[in-house]
Design a protein around this ligand. Structure first.
Ligand code: ATP
Length: 603
């Protein structure tokens, strides 16, 4: 079979809806995000109150110690009050520390939960779509989108809350400046438009470089996974060094984008670093003038200088803004998976005890602008075995995918026992249609669990009889822990793995079984044994077998001969064998010494 084509690394599988997905994540963790915001706000409030309390304590101390003589008991009373205010200061500082600790804890939990939510959405989108959609992106790219990108996107709710909260203290500080002296606040606000321009440029440049950085990161992962997958080819070709260089080729670009992000950040920090001290100095200068004019006290000036410093904390928002921008860019990449078109299911059911009659009517499949199947009309009576043959690339696997609804045709309908596949409930469809593939993958903690997994878990007895039918039972029992052996610990040949794939399909056999090149690694004797056991021991139903071997076609009740996405002929093998072009499917013309090669049918 052909493996579905993949787009360029980093290409998007669907329209990005990163913003929508982030909104969903924020909504999902609204309670925890609100708690983070409350902690931050309370901490900012406490931090805001500290300068006022400190200024008040200083004024009281100056009043009482300065011997102003305004009252005879002023010294004791004044220093007592000052002590009170100092205690308030201490309590506020402790509150700030505790609230910050709580905020850090809640932030961690919130980010972890929203990451899990985003990852779940991405994964659900990927697994809910037709497999060919996911296959457009390389595995490394998919893994990056569901791991690193989802993690970065998951920090968005906390970053947003922290950004909002980080503005509270500066906003409160500006209000406090207004209350202390109008002109100190004006002095600070005069520089804000410039600061906004700096932040805007920062957000724009960060967004661009973060998106590029994340794309290159995924490209690196894709190359790595590709090479790991093809480790034997690399070893056989002796191209390890070349492959290492190829994997690392995007590294300079990663460094460029990483440096660019730091430069953008550094530029914003440097500009803020010049602007904000200028503003605080301005506030102090204006405050000094106000003190000299007698409009404010020394304590007020101290408070104003602290508030100016707090207001300058608005510059710290740049870091949070940067992380929010990176989260958005990462969310866009995960969202592309969540937005894949789902393979929708109906609620329909199949007629009881139907024979498994399969009908394809006017089926047309177009992928990436290429017509893979066209005008396919096929009626397969229930209970027969059908071999789908044709040259490589004729569309056999595509037909097998459409027949069991791994993908939907662009035109036409596929019916099982008269019911359109698209109208069936997912459980019903997957119970009644089984698949085995050329390269099966075993999911499960043990081989037994991997074989039992399906729309309905198969019993241990059923798994064993299916494994016997697939000629897998004997070698599984020879494994150190038999059926309890974890798949990763079982050294399996290609043929053994295929037999396990067949066993899994047999254990869940319904009324239609589709074997897509699922016996290509089996020797002909084992293949024959499996076919016999399938007919004898497994629920009789319709079998659609994508076959390259002449013997498989010869033993089938019916052969569907595909050519360039169209059905060239349907009929029993002996009839088709009379056609030279049909014989040429199995070997180039002239290579058949016996044009009417005897079939193994009925042996
Ligand atoms: N998602 C896709 N996008 C574009 N072209 C595709 C896609 N999937 C398959 N093709 C192409 O469609 C053609 C039919 O593929 P298919 O896998 O059905 O052929 P096949 O007959 O099973 O081939 P083989 O015997 O080599 O396995 C091939 O040329 C293949 O490259």
């Amino acid at each position: 079979m052909k493996f579905p084509r993949r787009g360029a690394p980093g290409s998007r599988a669907a329209a990005p809806t990163g913003h929508g997905l982030l909104r969903g994540a924020v909504r999902h963790s609204a309670g925890r995000t609100a708690a983070v915001l409350c902690c931050s706000a309370a901490s900012a409030g406490a931090a805001l109150a500290v300068p006022a309390a400190l200024g008040r304590a200083l004024d009281l101390l100056l009043d009482s110690g300065g011997g102003s003589g305004s009252s005879g008991s002023g010294f004791d009373g004044g220093s007592g009050s000052a002590r009170c205010w100092l205690l308030v200061c201490g309590a506020l500082i402790v509150a700030v520390v505790l609230l910050d600790a709580l905020e850090a804890l809640l932030s961690g939990v919130t980010s972890a939960r929203s990451t899990a939510w985003l990852r779940g959405r991405g994964l659900a989108g990927l697994l809910g779509a037709a497999p060919e959609h996911g296959a457009r992106l390389p595995p490394g790219e998919l893994a990056t989108r569901l791991s690193a990108n989802a993690t970065e996107a998951g920090t968005a709710p906390v970053s947003a809350a922290a950004l909002a909260a980080s503005l509270l203290a500066p906003a409160g500080a500006v209000i406090a400046l207004f209350l202390i002296d109008f002109w100190t606040a004006v002095a600070f606000l005069a520089g804000i438009p410039v600061l906004l321009l700096v932040l805007r440029a920062f957000a724009r440049d960060t967004s661009d470089s973060a998106a590029r950085y994340q794309r290159v990161q995924a490209d690196l992962a894709s190359r790595l996974v590709e090479v790991l997958d093809g480790a034997r080819t690399v070893a056989a070709a002796g191209t390890a060094e070349r492959e290492r260089d190829r994997i690392l080729a995007p590294l300079p670009e990663l460094a460029v984008q990483g440096r660019r992000m730091w430069r953008v950040h550094g530029r914003a920090v440097a500009r803020g670093g010049v602007l904000l001290p200028l503003l605080t100095t301005g506030v102090l200068a204006v405050g000094g003038v106000a003190l000299a004019a007698g409009r404010i006290s020394v304590g007020d000036l101290l408070a104003a200088s602290r508030y100016a410093a707090l207001a300058a904390g608005v510059g710290a928002g740049a870091g949070l803004l940067g992380s929010l921008v990176r989260s958005r860019s990462a969310a866009r990449r995960t969202a592309a998976l969540a937005a894949l078109p789902p393979l929708a299911y109906g609620t329909g059911r199949l007629p009881e005890a139907g024979p498994g009659a399969l009908d394809l009517r006017g089926v047309r499949v177009v992928r990436d602008g290429r017509t893979l199947l066209d005008g396919v009309d096929l009626s397969v009576p229930g209970g027969v075995s059908v071999a789908v043959v044709g040259r490589s690339g004729a569309g056999k696997s595509t037909l097998a995918a459409v027949a069991g609804r791994l993908t939907d045709p662009d035109e036409g309908r596929v019916l099982l026992d008269g019911v359109p596949l698209a109208s069936l409930a997912r459980g019903e469809l997957r119970r009644e249609v089984g698949y085995a593939f050329e390269r099966p993958v075993l999911f499960g903690d043990t081989i037994g669990a991997a074989l039992a997994a399906g729309a309905e878990p198969a019993s241990a007895a059923r798994v064993r009889s299916a494994a016997r039918a697939a000629s897998a039972d004997a070698f599984v029992r020879l494994l150190p822990r038999g059926y309890d052996t974890p798949p990763a610990e079982a050294p399996l040949s290609g043929g053994e793995l295929q037999r396990l794939g067949l066993a899994r399909a047999f254990a869940h056999a319904g009324r239609l079984l589709i074997l897509d090149d699922a016996t290509s690694s089996l020797d002909t004797v084992t293949e024959r044994q499996v076919e016999r056991a399938l007919a004898r021991d497994i629920t009789p139903g319709t079998r659609l077998v994508v076959a390259h071997r002449l013997s498989s076609a010869a033993r089938a009740d019916l052969v569907v001969w595909l050519e360039e996405g169209r059905i060239r002929a349907v009929g029993p093998h002996p009839e088709l064998w009379r056609v030279p072009a049909y014989r040429a499917v199995f070997a180039p013309p002239g290579e058949h010494s016996e044009p009417n090669e005897p079939t193994e049918k009925g042996r």
